[in-house]
Design a protein around this ligand. Structure first.
Ligand code: IPM
Ligand code: MG
Length: 368
């Protein structure tokens, strides 16, 4: 049997340096856990634009559709700000999401005990926090037509369209209910049914999927603005939150910051299962390309490493090995090993990006 395949798209900014540490972790699993992957690397975002004049080459897109999972670092940077919208680095990522049909974006926000003081909220509000945002990723206002900047009378008008079909809502709702069953068994669905027809339909369909197939899961509905408020007021009331593409983008940044650092949070973007039962999948850290610290060895590789842990769990059915990797990260943090984003306490050990990789590999060795 051949090894499972991975396509690594490190991208821009801190993407390549955090991905270097992930590659060491991947090699560790090959050498020590008999879990070898066939790894191929390619370009995305500004890096792809520099070489090919497009943020995602067709050959790269084709490869992404063939492999068992894609690992992505980050895209974008000030160097590309002036580019035409159609070739901006972000378009490469959006094309991957759309053409791989990765409709369910899992964004966990978990507060590690060792880092509870980093949250901008009081420690008791975030300690032990473990929530999962399920963001619809292939539709809504990100992709709806009509869109564009048009002439209207003597001025221009910018138009984007929020659009959801019943089947798009149905499938992401199902993924949230399935996930909830394996966690705290609660789903809160967020929309703006008070002002948007798409929100009314969203609420109806989520309720119907629940009543028909998941009556055992506790379901509540919330307006997304109230949801944002509740996330900072009492985030532990939530287990799984399911929401649309744009609200999910905003609410997940908000949830991420509850945990203290964006440098800690992984994500998984999943599509429908292939014939072999594996979903189409792309894993990426929630943080961006952080151009201000790129190339200085300051970046925290944990979010990207934990994204690989999600790949082990959701693409390769290696939940135990994912837990091993997560425990290694937790151990390193408990030992006070800190990259630059997490400094400030007394008695911690500051390390570079590579130093954090070293510490995690040592903790993995110690787990054997
Ligand atoms: C995210 C990012 C992206 C988005 C950008 C980079 C296109 O903010 O993954 O949350 O808006 O979806
Ligand atoms: Mg975002």
């Amino acid at each position: 049997m051949s090894n499972p395949s991975l396509l690594i798209l490190a991208g821009d900014g801190i993407g390549p340096e955090v991905m270097t540490e992930v590659k060491r972790v991947i090699d560790w699993f090959g050498a020590k856990r008999d879990l070898a992957f066939d790894v191929e690397e390619d370009l995305v975002g500004g890096a792809a634009y520099d070489k090919h004049g497009t943020p995602l080459h067709d050959d790269t897109m084709a490869k992404a559709l063939q492999v068992d999972a894609v690992l992505l670092g980050a895209v974008g940077g000030p160097k590309y700000d002036a580019l035409d919208f159609s070739v901006k680095p972000e378009r490469g990522l959006l094309r991957l999401r759309k053409e791989m049909d990765l409709f369910s974006n899992l964004r966990p926000a978990q507060c590690f005990d060792a880092l509870a003081d980093f949250s901008s909220l009081k420690k008791d509000i975030v300690a032990g926090l473990d929530i999962m945002i399920v963001r619809e990723l292939t539709s809504g206002v990100y992709f709806g037509e009509p869109r564009g900047i048009f002439e209207e009378g003597n001025e221009r008008v910018g138009i984007n369209t929020q659009r959801y079909t019943e089947s798009e809502i149905d499938r992401v709702a199902r993924s949230a209910f399935e996930l909830a069953r394996r966690r705290g068994n609660k789903v809160c669905s967020m929309e703006k049914a008070n002002v948007m027809e798409s929100g009314i339909l969203w609420r109806e369909v989520v309720q119907k999927v629940h009543d028909t197939d998941y009556p055992d899961v506790e379901l509540t509905h919330m307006y997304a603005d109230n949801g944002a408020m509740q996330l900072v007021r009492a985030p532990k009331q939530f287990d799984v939150i399911v929401t649309d593409n744009l609200f999910g983008d905003i609410l997940s940044d908000c949830a991420a910051m509850l945990t203290g650092s964006l440098g800690m949070l992984p994500s998984a973007s999943l599509g429908a299962p292939n014939a072999d039962g594996r979903p189409k999948a792309l894993y990426e850290p929630v943080h961006g390309s952080a151009p201000d610290i790129a190339g200085q060895g300051k970046a925290n590789p944990i979010a990207c490493i934990l994204s690989f842990a999600m790949a082990l769990r959701y693409s390769f059915d290696q939940g135990d090995e994912a837990a091993r990797l997560e425990a290694a990260v937790e151990k390193v943090l408990a030992d006070g090993v800190r990259t630059a984003d997490l400094l400030g306490e007394e008695g911690v050990t500051p390390v570079s990006t590579t130093g954090m990789g070293d510490a995690i590999l040592a903790a993995l060795d110690a787990s054997l």
